[in-house]
Write a protein of this length. Sequence first.
Length: 66
Amino acid sequence: MTDSPNASLPPVERINDHSRILDALRQAVREALLSHKRAGNPVAVWQNERVVWVPADEIPLDGHDE
């Protein structure tokens, strides 16, 4: 995130930018899910107190399946 407008801020101040952090995490998760889906790899999720494998063709991408 060095190209961000907050790059010049000290880390202690950047860590308080919660909405930007959450957006970056959401984007990273979406990219990881998309990568798994394209490669045909399943993903593990926590569901009903246990680990469940989701097949690649069933991986949701927030309504933007590609």
